[in-house]
Design a protein around this ligand. Structure first.
Ligand code: SF4
Length: 543
């Protein structure tokens, strides 16, 4: 299948949302020009996952896993051209902060975050139905199709869907509630819709047909029923990156950016010609594109920061074996605890502290708790680690908001000119971009000039070029969690280098490195693009 990545010297642009069951969570871009290619690869990964589970029961066989991994991947279903995610659009970057920093349960933006956003949307819709209709209601049902049905059990699609149906907002749902749903599969929970209160259980989330003519590989329907009669029904699609669409979906109208850019060099020109600070430029664009007020934008970013820091704080206190066949023990709490007692010296303590923050949020993602895509679920530990460490320095709130804007700008550039999807570009596109965003965030929050911000981002990205995506058993745990820790530490390293060197002497600029990432992504062997066919995924035997 043709690769939609832009590479040097070509005119096609941007990544698409991968339809991943793991973390490959680039969001669909309004500029996406081709259907994403990840679905069949990821499905292939689950063949290996199944092999791993079998090995656990029957004794391990690396050869057997390899043989199973050599099975041909199922063909990818064609996507409906009606979906916004496959519609063609070109022009300047139009991504908004709310599209980019998405909050919801991990570990998969398409299989947990998207479904919860869908059922929460359905809950809100049916809550507004006329009272006489609600009075007749007897049940709510959700049917999962395609990949959501085939691989949803392992990713907690059912509990995420039930939580949304119960009216829990993805951004604020307590992690304990999600854990309770998983631990008590037969328990009935009450949901109130106007005058009616209904009982719901996990059995109301139905794993339906895995094969068929679906408009999208991740299709689901939600229904409000009166006995056998349907009162209200809607077909939804979890189109990747936590984005959702539904039958008849129309993309929201957007305004034109005040400072249109699609490369870092365009930003540089505006900064010089208009003598406008980078955060102001990005704020003006966000207001123009999204139609949000400055106050609304700051409130949103403050909420993002709170969700991130809350996740890190939770992750630092919990010690557990993470869900799934790897039986991976969490490390964040131990790292944090040992900080107080071990003799690591100043450098060791600083690195350990930042790493523990990255571990904490990466482990929270693996537990299926609430995370923020930054840029993806698999790399969701990096920016929270940066925010937490900036708060340790008593960085003012406004500076952290400015940092979020700068980080988003780096993510937008990578999304627009390369990819944010491990399934398209390997881990350089997820952890690499996350680290690059983190470096820009630190530099901006600590009031560095725009050249240093850009150089810091370039340095971090350059240091991740070529990193492959090879999650063991298809779970977003090994190597993903430790890579979040390294990504955060490298963000600080990149900032340290960029803030000490003479900015004009840096020989590589950010646009060049993003182009290099796109080229590397295009030429990377597909085994290393989230297929679980290569690297650690086949080297590690689970037994
Ligand atoms: S290896 Fe990297 S890109 Fe692949 S699933 Fe893990 S975090 Fe995502």
């Amino acid at each position: 299948m043709e690769n939609p990545l832009k590479v040097i010297g070509t005119s096609s642009t941007t990544c698409g949302g991968c339809h991943s069951a793991g973390c490959g969570t680039c969001g669909p871009s309004p500029h996406t020009s081709k259907a994403p290619v990840a679905f069949n690869r990821r499905e292939f990964g689950y063949t290996v996952l199944a092999a791993s589970a079998t090995a656990l029961l029957t004794g391990c066989s690396q050869q057997k896993s390899a043989e199973q991994a050599a099975q041909p991947a199922p063909a990818a279903p064609a996507l409906s051209p009606e979906l916004a995610v496959v519609q063609t659009s070109k022009g300047p970057i139009m991504t908004t902060l709310e599209e980019f920093y998405k909050m919801g349960p991990g570990p998969s933006s398409s299989h947990t975050m998207g479904p919860m956003r869908i059922t929460y949307d359905f809950f809100q819709r049916v809550s507004k139905l006329p009272e006489d209709q609600l009075q007749q209601a007897t049940s709510l049902k959700v049917h999962l199709f395609g990949s959501l049905s085939a691989t949803g059990k392992g990713h907690g699609t059912d509990r995420a869907s039930l939580a949304g149906l119960l009216g829990k907002a993805p951004a604020t749902c307590p992690p304990q509630f999600l854990d309770e749903l998983a631990a008590n599969p037969d328990q009935a929970y009450k949901v109130t819709l106007g005058p009616k209160t209904l009982d719901l259980t996990l059995k109301d989330i139905i794993f339906d047909a895995t094969k068929g003519e679906f408009p999208h590989p991740n299709t689901m329907t939600a229904k409000l029923l009166a006995g056998d009669q349907t009162i209200y029904e809607l077909e939804y699609y979890s189109v990747g990156g936590g984005f959702i669409e539904w039958k008849g979906y129309k993309p929201p109208d957007k305004g034109q950016p005040k400072y249109p850019f699609d490369h870092a060099r365009d930003l540089k020109k505006f900064l010089i010609d208009d003598k406008i600070p980078l955060p102001q430029l990005l704020l003006q664009n966000e207001m123009a594109i999204s139609g949000r007020s400055e106050k609304e934008i700051w409130e949103f970013l403050d909420q993002v920061a709170e969700v991130m820091v809350r996740g890190v704080d939770t992750g630092l206190t919990v010690e557990s074996v993470l869900p799934g066949p790897i039986k991976l023990h969490s490390k964040a709490a131990a790292l944090q605890h040992n900080l107080k007692t071990s003799a690591k010296g100043e450098a060791g303590r600083a690195v350990t502290r930042v790493a523990s923050y990255g571990f904490a949020m990466g482990e929270e993602n693996a537990r299926g708790h609430i995370i923020v895509t930054a840029p993806t679920a698999g790399s969701a530990g990096i920016i929270p680690a940066v925010v937490k460490s900036l708060r340790d320095l008593n960085t003012p709130t406004q500076k952290i908001r400015d940092g979020f804007l700068a980080a988003a700008a780096i993510g937008y550039l990578c999304k627009h000119n390369a990819t944010l999807s491990g399934a398209e570009g390997g881990c350089q596109a997820e952890v690499g971009v996350g680290s690059s965003m983190g470096a820009a965030m630190i530099a901006q929050a600590l009031s560095a000039n725009p050249k240093v911000v850009s150089n810091a981002a370039e340095s971090a990205l350059e240091s991740h070029l070529g990193m492959t995506c090879d999650p063991v058993a298809g779970y977003v745990q090994v190597p993903c969690i430790e890579r979040c820790a390294y990504g955060a530490v490298k963000a600080w390293t990149a900032y340290s280098i960029a803030s000490e060197e003479i900015p004009e002497q840096r020989r590589v600029d950010l646009d060049t490195t993003i182009d290099a990432m796109a080229l590397t992504a295009k030429e990377m062997n597909s085994k290393y693009k989230e297929t679980s066919e290569g690297g650690l995924a086949v080297s590690v035997v689970l037994c």
